[in-house]
Design a binder for this molecule. Structure first.
Ligand SMILES: [Zn+2]
Length: 111
């Protein structure tokens, strides 16, 4: 028999490793859910209608965002994996014009 193929929990984290949400699948037949703190669980079908998955890190007080398709691909890999059911994915901070100004000065140089 296979392991628990079909189950998956992918924790979504901000770049400072705070958990901002989870994508959950409980079993083979169950729907994919998005679980965000202080919000109702959402069915992935609703989520997938948005091009970007955007949420807010309460600790950093900044928005994080990633393409919905990219996250779906990652979680699909996890669902197909027989042995690995849990992993993490870091969502980058949503870049604002202020951030661009910062990174212009702080970006590391290629050596
Ligand atoms: Zn954070």
């Amino acid at each position: 028999m296979t392991g628990d193929k079909g189950m998956a929990v992918m924790e979504l984290q901000c770049p400072n490793r705070h958990i901002v949400g989870r994508i959950i699948k409980h079993s083979v037949g169950s729907p994919l859910l998005l679980d965000m703190p202080k919000r109702l669980r959402e069915d992935w079908k609703q989520v997938s209608e948005r091009p970007m998955l955007t949420t807010h890190c309460e600790v950093c007080k900044r928005a994080v965002s990633k393409a919905t398709d990219t996250l779906k691909e990652r979680v699909d890999c996890l669902i197909d994996d027989e042995w690995e059911h849990k992993n993490q994915y870091v969502l980058p901070f949503l870049i604002t014009s202020e951030d661009w100004a910062q990174t212009a000065y702080t970006a590391p140089r290629a050596v």
